[in-house]
Design a binder for this molecule. Structure first.
Ligand code: UDX
Length: 450
């Protein structure tokens, strides 16, 4: 089956790269000519573990190509994945204009039968609109479209692995033959019958993925419902952390024991400075706006969002309590990305913290293993350092804002010696409090006894 991907952002590149890696021939299209030229020259515009080697291998074997013209992506394709962005509008609803534009392009350039798959995160009922747009704009051609919803559950930083070893593949369809075509596309992954470029023949044992066929509306709901539930879980842990701080308790001890109950599970209970990234903050908002329009007041989600926003205030209050005055202080920041193993800083809590530190007159000396280039354009006033040691040199406080594993391995004794005042605020509960205090740090974290 010939597959095309429209939109070479993070989801499009991972989808295209992985489908090529399991044996399909894939054409990836983007309207950004510079991006396409870069991709043709082997430049992957995002940092995502394994993606560059996967795409390079597929290019070498002639299984992936990049084009800037939608006609080239559509004319020979049997299945077209729409992976364009759906950023939030001012009112929190998803902006679907890119999807509509792509639908028009597909409709006018298609001949014959096409499977059109929405991979972008969209509100429920987008499939209906997509089908209508394809019919309206494609009325002059002989094309026939089957619309499918196929939400992605990829986590940045481990998305290649998530794509190749999913726990479930959800496909929302109107007609059973469309589900069969989707099964065909995912067959190598469902049967685990491919050379895994991540584990190189030594994939960890896991159950075969579920192939879940639903209606299109249910499938669209599943994506928003899953992300919002995970965000709720994080906010629950964060509010518990507040309680631990007030009443004396250790959030790590509490969530560890909670997570041992299989009905609760251990994941997404890590307290800290809150969730960021391009999915949770926008998805939770888009979901309660959608509910509102349907006459349902999804207060639970609004509360989760409020609790998340409060994280930054709480964290900065702690910093201020310890530092007294921020103006004129030199603050080291370790971690800019919204989570480790990515260079993505969209809606990263670290950036909001930096914005407020600068606004209060502090000078910020930052280091992140991957995300500095992307932050530089937004915050030119920050001093970007070569490593964690340079950022700590002369600092009145060090804020740890992304839990990169390599930060655990730092020579903290050396950092202690480099700082003017050894004040350490760990926004991700990455370090061991007793160890840090033993080294002489004044150490504060989230929901753990000071
Ligand atoms: C998320 C979903 O996990 C994925 O299924 C979906 O397709 C896209 O959105 P992603 O945004 O890449 O993935 O990151 P994720 O690992 O889910 O983390 C989101 C945010 O929550 C990060 O800022 C992370 O630091 C934070 N988080 C996560 C916590 O604060 N505590 C936790 O316990 C887990």
């Amino acid at each position: 089956m010939r597959i095309s991907i429209i939109g070479c952002g993070y989801v499009g590149l991972v989808t295209g790269g992985c489908l090529a890696a399991v044996g399909h021939r894939v054409t990836c299209m983007d309207s950004d000519g510079e991006r396409v030229r870069g991709l043709m020259g082997g430049h992957i515009p995002i940092y995502e573990p394994h993606l560059d080697e996967l795409v390079a291998a597929a290019r070498g074997e002639g299984r992936i190509e990049f084009v800037g013209d939608i006609r080239l992506a559509v004319e020979n394709a049997d299945a077209i994945f729409i992976c364009v962005g759906t950023p939030p509008l001012e009112n929190g609803e998803a902006d679907l204009s890119a999807i509509e534009m792509v639908a028009r392009g597909i409709a006018t350039q298609s001949r014959g039968s096409k499977l059109v798959i929405e991979k972008s995160t969209v509100p429920v009922r987008t499939g209906e609109q997509l089908r209508r747009a394809l019919q309206v704009y494609g009325r002059a051609s002989d094309a026939r479209f089957q619309v499918v919803s196929n939400p992605e559950f990829l986590r940045e930083g481990s998305s290649v692995c998530d794509f190749l070893h999913p726990d479930r593949i959800v496909v929302g369809v109107d007609e059973p033959p469309a589900a069969e075509k989707m099964r065909e596309i995912y067959r190598p992954i469902l049967e685990r019958n491919f050379n895994c470029p991540v584990h190189r023949g030594a994939c960890p044992p896991s159950d075969a993925p579920h192939f879940v066929v639903t209606s299109i509306n249910s499938s669209e709901l599943i994506k928003h419902a899953s992300n919002s539930f995970l965000a709720l879980k994080i906010s629950y842990a964060n509010q518990l952390a507040d309680l631990c701080e007030r009443l004396g308790g250790d959030i790590e001890e509490v969530t560890r024991a909670m997570g041992m109950d299989p009905r609760i599970g251990p994941q997404f209970l890590r307290a800290g400075i809150g969730f960021g990234g391009f999915c949770f903050p926008k998805d939770i908002q888009a979901f309660y706006r959608l509910a509102e329009r349907a006459g349902v007041d999804f207060m639970l989600l609004k509360e989760a969002e409020r609790i998340n926003k409060e994280r930054i205030d709480h964290f900065l209050e702690k910093a201020k309590r310890a530092l007294w005055v921020l103006k004129g202080k030199q603050v080291a920041v370790l971690g800019l990305a919204f989570k480790p193993h990515t260079d993505d800083t969209r809606f990263a809590p670290a950036l909001e913290i930096i914005r407020r530190l600068l606004a209060e007159g502090a000078s910020v000396h930052a280091y992140d293993p991957q995300a500095m280039r992307k932050t530089q354009a937004l915050y030119p006033a920050v001093h970007y350092c070569l490593d964690a040691y340079e950022s700590a040199t002369g600092a009145d406080a060090l804020l740890l804002l992304t839990e990169w594993p390599e930060f655990v391995e730092l020579d903290w004794k050396r950092i202690h010696g480099l700082m003017v005042r050894p004040l350490l605020l760990d926004g991700r509960n990455l370090l061991v409090p007793a160890k840090m205090r033993e080294l002489g740090f004044e150490y504060h974290s989230v929901g753990r006894p000071d």
